[in-house]
Design a protein around this ligand. Structure first.
Ligand code: NAD
Length: 427
């Protein structure tokens, strides 16, 4: 595990997500006139919390699990960020994701800082009862560092609305009354928001459409889209792309990939995954490995699985001319440089996948006010917020003559730094 302040001394070849996050930060911050001490301050997560806890398995064994929650920044408001269940979770990954959440919330103009959490577990290996026990115990361990006004979790890889329901119930049982605003991404029948499930994928496609329009390339029927990851973000992005008439030619999940130059039927694919749990066995196209899919012919590539998928090893082989990051941190800084030199536009994660946290914010506001909006209103406000982020980022990119990632980070970091300077350094 690498300490926050030491990581900048690491070799610049690894694909440690936190290193990528810090490299991106260093690139952006040099365009801003921020006092050195403030620059240093924002490199650090504010709080890091590690918990080790037992879960009783169905066969009676007691197994230990490790979980994390990192609050990167609380300058703009309570911290906000998802909870991930994956075997790849470690402190550095959670730190990176928490930092990206700070910039994402700031870029979207939300009154939130950034956080992230995770448990080192493959949720597919647990029974529903074991998963509920693990979630409730992890939530109980997090109680000192979460609250509707301190830190508000949401779903991420490996977690879903049911996970959020268990966290909401555990928190509510502990304090003695129902607190829907403790998490977002809950089921609608316990205070969740309409549209939250679709929000991230839908927002990704809003960003894609805007990028195509600005390049005078808005021709859905002749635009081939490849999507890596077919979970919440990937499948909803695919559905929205298909709804708008785009040709989804390739999709993948952790089990493998499928490519069909004529276009895949997204509705059938989604039904198949809903029934079988994953893409294995789906036969309407060419089967290939996940990494091969990334370099197949297409116009738009949407990585929507996890970090470090586009690296110096495959960036020169990518055939897309536009990359829209549904996942957080899918592109390393070396790959970014290759894409820039090849004229491939990258719409960065903190802009492209901000739809999730934007509708999470709407959910939190609705919960706090106990007043709920209809779906049309949610999608209208989501579209407005995404367009505002996009517009601001393009404007900054022109002003500083930088790529979209650096522009998005400049905009976000400046907002956090300005707020920090206004608030002052305590005591
Ligand atoms: P999910 O668990 O619903 O789906 C993840 C998908 O990726 C699954 O199809 C899984 O099989 C696939 N996958 C996992 N490992 C893979 C690998 N090595 N190669 C290819 N595919 C792989 O997760 P999600 O919520 O869709 O999140 C996906 C990404 O989007 C993550 O980076 C997450 O941080 C980011 N994100 C999610 C949200 C949200 O609202 N859920 C919001 C913003 C960003």
């Amino acid at each position: 595990m690498v300490a926050a302040y030491n990581i900048k001394q690491q070799a610049h070849t690894s694909t440690n997500a936190y290193e990528t996050a810090l490299q991106q930060y260093d690139r952006a911050v040099k365009y801003l006139s921020i006092p050195d001490g403030i620059v240093e301050f924002m490199r650090y997560p504010r709080r890091e919390f590690t918990v080790n806890f037992p879960v009783k398995r169905d066969d009676g064994r007691i197994e230990m699990f490790t979980g994390y929650r990192v609050h990167h920044s609380t300058v703009l408001g309570p911290s906000k960020g998802g909870i991930r269940y994956s075997l790849a979770v470690d402190m550095d990954e959670v730190r990176a994701l928490a930092m990206w959440m700070s910039w994402k919330c700031a870029l979207a103009g939300l009154p939130y800082g950034g956080a992230k959490g995770g448990v080192v577990v493959d949720p597919k290996t647990l029974s529903p009862r074991e998963l509920e026990s693990l979630t409730r115990r992890y939530a109980a361990e997090l109680i000192p560092v979460i609250s509707p006004h301190m830190d508000i979790p949401a779903p991420d890889m490996g977690t879903n609305p049911q996970t959020m329901a268990w966290i909401m119930d555990t928190y509510s049982m502990t304090v003695g009354y129902s607190v829907p605003a403790i998490v977002t991404g809950k089921p609608v029948n316990i205070g969740g928001s309409l549209g939250r499930n679709e929000a991230t994928g839908r927002g990704v496609i809003t960003a894609m459409v805007e990028a195509l329009k600005r390049a005078n390339r808005m021709d859905p029927a002749n635009t081939r889209v490849i999507i890596q990851g077919f979970g919440n973000v990937g499948s909803n992005a695919a559905a929205r792309a298909a709804e708008l008439g785009f040709k989804v030619v390739g999709v993948s999940d952790v089990t493998g990939a499928i490519y069909n130059a004529k276009g895949l039927d997204v509705r059938t694919l989604r039904n198949y995954v809903a029934e079988h749990g994953d893409l294995r066995g789906y036969a309407e196209g060419d089967l290939m490995t996940n990494s091969d899919l990334l370099v197949q012919p297409c116009d738009v590539l949407i990585p929507a699985a996890m970090e470090n998928q586009l690296t110096k090893d495959n960036a020169h082989l990518v055939q897309a001319s536009l990359i829209v990051e549904g996942a957080n941190g899918p592109t390393t800084t070396e790959a970014d440089d290759i894409f820039t030199s090849r004229g491939i536009k990258v719409i960065p994660d903190i802009l492209a996948n901000a739809g999730g946290v934007i509708v999470s914010y709407f959910e939190w506001v609705q919960d706090l006010q106990a007043f709920f909006w209809d779906e049309d209103e949610i999608f209208r406000q989501l579209e407005r917020a995404m367009m505002r982020c996009y517009e601001n980022t393009e404007r900054t990119a022109e002003e500083y003559d930088v790529d979209m990632r650096t522009a998005a980070q400049i905009t976000a970091i400046k907002r956090v730094a300005d707020a920090l300077i206004t608030r002052g350094i305590y005591p």
